[in-house]
Structures are given as structure tokens and as C-alpha cells.
Design a protein around this ligand. Structure first.
Ligand SMILES: *Cc1c(COP(=O)(O)O)cnc(C)c1O
Length: 356
């Protein structure tokens, strides 16, 4: 299984793409015509294929529903000015999926199958890639245990699927964060480093509470002291203090974001110092008070860079300055590379060529 020949394609006769209003795409609700799917059975991944997107019959005892063996990835396909679909660092997503799989006792997926599945699906759905500046085709690879079994052990059968959803330009208003002192997202030794479905289930209620207080997202603090900053919703976080950047180190609880990794590379390339270390909330409060906190932003595939306006922490509010010149510059560079308008000088982009 080394070429696209082994991926069978069952094409729909009824594409829905003509009915989509690409100027007004409802977030996360519109799906393309097809999905990539394969199954793990008898110790191997089998039958990789493209099928028309449809519901999948599920046994009520499917283990993912009971014990939560479910992981996912998130990435985007864009179109270069010549009309060629592009993927951003897909090998990083493939590696992270397998990292998550190992942590959750799930089988790894061969990287070539992950990449080839993406390429064949995106090539087939190329008319679904939105052309508007800032738009992209969001790709959601995911794996879950579908073995019907009541009992606590690793499942023996799984599905790996990739679905795709066109996403309009993200309107980047500055966000407000609530630093959470009661609930935590992840502890070292737990599953925070994995893109495991359960992590997000545990974040839903605290996020709803933060929203009811007028905030957009939760800023997660460490599990032991509620003092060190971890990350935000589905984003990593950066601060600019006295001219240089800091971001929480990957301590085993923080998700290893591909946007984070890329932003670190771009910032260093722009001549900035970037330090990955423990960052206490007190340090940020102090920097805000003495005026040395110059910028704060979140990074993630869904939004790129999200500028932070303020952070609520108990009774106090940490104000961040209302412009992010460096964050905006990095965002422009990142988007320029992703859309093929800037030179791909870090060798991040993968052109869709299903003949390789
Ligand atoms: C996916 C995710 C991120 C961002 O990762 P990217 O690879 O940059 O999209 C950050 N934090 C959490 C918790 C995530 O799930």
C-alpha cells in the first residue's frame, strides 16, 4: 500500500458543492461530499477507501462511547494562487495522531496512509476549498474504538476517518480569557498532551461558566498550584514581555501545537528571543501592572493567531495592550506561507500530488 492506487474511491453522483454559499459558511456544520475511512481489524489497518459522507452504523456497546478511546487531529487545506491544494505540515499531524494513539492504548496509523488519505480526499474535494482570503478547508482526521465490548481493556477494532468542512475567514476580534482556579484541564502524567476527545469533554462545563461571565475562553492553570499558565481552549499561548517572547514549556500537560511550533520558528527568524518555560500568572499580573506586558496571543489551527485583550483572574483583571504588531506580523507571514503567497522558506507546505 504505497500509492493512491490502493485507496479505492467510491464517488458520489450527487455533489452538494453547488448549493454552498461560500460567502457565508456556517462554522463546523457544512461537510464535503466524501470521507476517507479505514478499519483496524485483526491487528492491521485495512480497506482504505473514499466513500460518500454518510452516517455510520454504531453498536451501542462500541467501546469509544463507554471508555473514551477517541482521538483527533485538526488541520487545514488551502489553495495556492495557481489553484493547487496545499497542506500545512501534515507529517506533524500524522506524528501527533500516533503520539495520542500510543497514550490512549490505540493502534498507530502508518504515516503514509494518513498523508495519502488526506491527499486523495483533498484532491477529490478541491472544489470545496474556499477561495476567499483567510478561508480554508478544515480537515478532521480522527480515530475511535468501535469494538462492541463491555469491559476495561484496549479495544481490538477501530475506525480511522477523515472528514472535511469548509471554513470561512476567521473574524479576529480580541478575546477575553478567564484564568480558572477551580477546574483544571490536564495534569502531568494525564492525557493533556494527547488530542484525546475526553480532554475536551472535561473543558466544556468550565468554558460555559467562563462564557456566562462574559469571557470567550478559559485560560488553564497547572493542576498542583493553579499558578502556572498552561494554554487556552484549543490554543497555546504566547506573551511578549520587555521585547522578548515566552510560552509555557511542554511539561506533559500542554498540547504540543503545530501552530505553536511554527510561531516559535517565525519569531526566532524575525530576530526575537523565544523562551519556553514555566510562566506564573503572578508574573503576567506584574508585567501588566508595570507596563512591560506588550502582547499576548493564542495560537492554533482553527484561528491562526487570536489576540488577547484581557485576562480575568478572581477579582482582578489583567489588561493587555490593544495592539499586537508582532502577533499580526507573524499571522501575516503564517497565512502568506499557507496560501503560497510567500516563499515557503521553512519547507512546511505539501502540494497535493496524488501521483507520488
Ligand atoms: C489542537 C490544540 C492546540 C493547537 O494545536 P495546533 O496544532 O496548533 O492546531 C492547542 N491546545 C489544545 C488543547 C489543542 O487541542
Amino acid at each position: 500500500m504505497t500509492s493512491s492506487d490502493s485507496i479505492k474511491i467510491n464517488k458520489t453522483q450527487n455533489s452538494r458543492v453547488a448549493g454552498v454559499d461560500f460567502d457565508n459558511i456556517p462554522l463546523g456544520r457544512t461537510f464535503t461530499d466524501h470521507m476517507f475511512i479505514c478499519e483496524f481489524v485483526d491487528g492491521a489497518w485495512k480497506n482504505p477507501r473514499i466513500e460518500p459522507l454518510e452516517k455510520i452504523p454504531t453498536h451501542p456497546a462500541a467501546m469509544a462511547l463507554h471508555y473514551g478511546q477517541a482521538i483527533f487531529e485538526g488541520m487545514k487545506a488551502t489553495m495556492d494562487p495557481g489553484g493547487n491544494p496545499l497542506l500545512f505540515r501534515p507529517e506533524q499531524n500524522a506524528a501527533r495522531l500516533n503520539f495520542s494513539a500510543r497514550r490512549m492504548g490505540m493502534p498507530e496509523l502508518p504515516e503514509y496512509l494518513f498523508i495519502q488519505g488526506l491527499k486523495v480526499l483533498v484532491e477529490l474535494e478541491r472544489n470545496w476549498i474556499p477561495k476567499k482570503e483567510g478561508s480554508a478547508l478544515y480537515l478532521r482526521p480522527f480515530m475511535y474504538a468501535d469494538e462492541p465490548f463491555i469491559g476495561m481493556r484496549a479495544a481490538t477494532t477501530y475506525k480511522f476517518i477523515i472528514i472535511a468542512s469548509p471554513a470561512g475567514p476567521f473574524f479576529s476580534k480580541r478575546i477575553k480569557l478567564w484564568a480558572e482556579k477551580k477546574f483544571i484541564r490536564a495534569a502531568e502524567g494525564g492525557t493533556g498532551e494527547a488530542k484525546a476527545a475526553g480532554n475536551y469533554a472535561a473543558a466544556i462545563r468550565p468554558t460555559e461558566i467562563a462564557k456566562s461571565k462574559g469571557y470567550d475562553q478559559v485560560l488553564w492553570l497547572d493542576s498542583l498550584e493553579r499558578n502556572y499558565i498552561q494554554e487556552v481552549g484549543t490554543m497555546n499561548i504566547f506573551f511578549k514581555i520587555n521585547g522578548s517572547f515566552i510560552t509555557p514549556e511542554l511539561d506533559g500537560a500542554v498540547l504540543n501545537g503545530i501552530t505553536r511550533l511554527s510561531v516559535i520558528t517565525i519569531l526566532k527568524d524575525e530576530g526575537f528571543e523565544v523562551t519556553e518555560r514555566k510562566i506564573s500568572i503572578d508574573e503576567i499580573i506584574e508585567a501588566s501592572r508595570d507596563g512591560s506586558l506588550e502582547e499576548a496571543f493564542g495560537t492554533g489551527t482553527a484561528v491562526g493567531i487570536a489576540y488577547i485583550q484581557e485576562i480575568g483572574y478572581g477579582a482582578s483583571t489583567i489588561q493587555v495592550s490593544d495592539s499586537s504588531p508582532i502577533g499580526e506580523k507573524v499571522n501575516t507571514i503564517l497565512n502568506g506561507i499557507k496560501t503560497g503567497k510567500l516563499e515557503d522558506r521553512f519547507n512546511w507546505m505539501v502540494k497535493i500530488d496524488t501521483n507520488d
